[in-house]
Design a protein around this ligand. Structure first.
Ligand SMILES: Nc1ncnc2c1ncn2[C@@H]1O[C@H](COP(=O)(O)OP(=O)(O)O)[C@@H](O)[C@H]1O
Ligand SMILES: [Mg+2]
Length: 401
């Protein structure tokens, strides 16, 4: 995780956060966004500025790899929300006794309780807190939730267990949201939740663990906010510029207004004697072609094999990996000037591979859009969502002419 900026140093996002609070009045929410776009920053700002009547708990789940640990982390976060009235002074103790847990110095430990034994502990805790704060809304911000689910799944697989605890956690959280009118959650993380749910669910399990939640897309900063951030960072880092406005404008234009890239670029500009918009352009070109990959762009290529597993049977014992077709689709969209229709992409894919079934291409385009590689217009024509990633893809695949 990147170092977080203090909430007062966060630029923009006020309108987005106002929209999220509005939605949270009635719904729980899933944030979808590309990595590094600023999801954690938005959550931290929400926590710092929560309106009266909303109790917010932020949980970073990146290191959690078992359902038991998840419940322990939850319990540790919420313990002071349990009843403290004279009558129920030992609310936490009695809850611990009920679930067989112990607490030392604020760290909660639950016994290894086997299959689904963690579930009553979680449900009892949440019920107790929701009841104890019936005048307020309790909001959990679950950061890196899909990553946790994936780790739990991998761990289970390694242990030869078929408990499917990750899906049980999702189902359990959903059941609690439905049961308690004053409970809200936000799910987010750098891995697409849809990928994790797909692989958790398998073919026959019909669980829809997020179908009552609203989705909020977190995009790049608004242009004026990106310009503001660029100028602030140039000043903070004492970068000597030909013109601060022009250099900031170049930073904004060349980074697709993603704060992380603006930050990284500005840090490196310190090495230059005087920075001009041209210097910024040269820096971006160098970062995009550097085999040491300072912006970790290779991630956009390597994750394709993980996100798009499996093969396509082409008959005559010929097999093609889905990842191979995905890369061809991206090559086509990256190198064509105009946004591409489904038919145009299908025709181009067929020129390389014998993929007759149009639905294969339709399905992959949809997924690529959910994964923020592509975006489609209202004519269902696809282009790269981020020009910077498109530029990198063209270079990294050797497609530049
Ligand atoms: N609105 C913002 N204003 C200033 N800096 C930001 C903003 N959003 C993100 N950043 C910076 O960009 C980096 C990545 O943001 P982060 O919230 O960690 O992204 P994500 O959680 O989506 O991967 C952080 O170092 C953070 O300081
Ligand atoms: Mg994050």
């Amino acid at each position: 995780m990147a170092t977080q900026r203090a909430p007062e140093n966060v630029v923009g996002r006020d309108e987005l956060i106002a929209t999220i609070w509005r939605l949270l009045k009635r719904y729980s929410v899933v944030f979808t966004a590309e990595r590094r776009i600023g999801k954690t920053t938005v959550m931290r700002k929400m926590q710092a500025e929560a309106p009266a009547g909303i109790i917010v708990r932020y949980l970073d789940l990146e290191k959690v790899d078992s359902p038991l640990r998840f419940v322990e982390v939850m319990l540790g976060e919420v313990r002071e929300l349990l009843p403290t009235t004279e009558r129920a002074k030992d609310g936490f103790k009695s809850l611990m006794a009920a679930v067989g847990g112990t607490e030392l110095g604020g760290v909660v430990k639950l016994p290894e309780c086997g299959k689904k034994g963690w579930q009553p502990a979680l449900e009892k805790t949440i019920a107790c807190i929701c009841g104890n704060h019936s005048e307020s809304t309790l909001l959990f911000l679950f950061d890196e939730l899909p990553y946790m689910l994936q780790k739990i799944m991998v761990r289970e697989r390694d242990q030869g267990s078929n408990e499917n605890a990750a899906l049980a956690i999702l189902d359990s959280l959903r059941a609690m949201r439905l049961e308690h009118g004053n409970l809200r959650m936000v799910y987010t993380g750098s891995i697409g939740l849809h990928h994790v749910i797909d692989s958790l669910r398998g073919d026959e399990y019909a669980s829809q663990p997020t179908n009552e939640m609203e989705t909020v897309e977190i995009g790049p900063l608004a242009p004026a906010d990106a310009q503001d951030l660029a100028k602030r960072l140039l000043a903070e880092e004492k970068i000597r510029c030909s013109s601060v406005e022009d250099v900031a404008a170049a930073l904004v234009a060349l980074t697709d207004r993603v704060p992380f890239y603006i930050e990284r670029l500005v840090t490196h500009l310190y090495e230059e004697s005087t920075v001009t918009p041209e210097t910024v352009r040269q820096r971006v070109a160098r970062h995009l072609t550097d085999d040491n990959d300072p912006w970790e762009m290779e991630h956009f290529r390597t994750r394709i094999r993980i996100y798009y597993p499996g093969n396509l049977d082409l008959g005559d014992r010929r097999v093609l990996t889905r990842a191979e077709i995905v890369m061809t689709v991206l090559d086509v969209v990256a190198t064509r000037e105009a946004a591409q229709s489904i038919d145009e992409v299908h025709a181009a894919v067929k020129a390389s591979w014998p993929v007759e079934d149009r639905n294969v291409v339709i399905g992959l385009l949809r997924k690529l859009s959910q994964d923020h590689y592509l975006i489609c217009d209202d004519q269902k024509r696809y282009s790269f969502r981020f020009p910077l990633i498109r530029k990198w893809w063209v270079l990294a695949r050797g497609l530049a002419r």
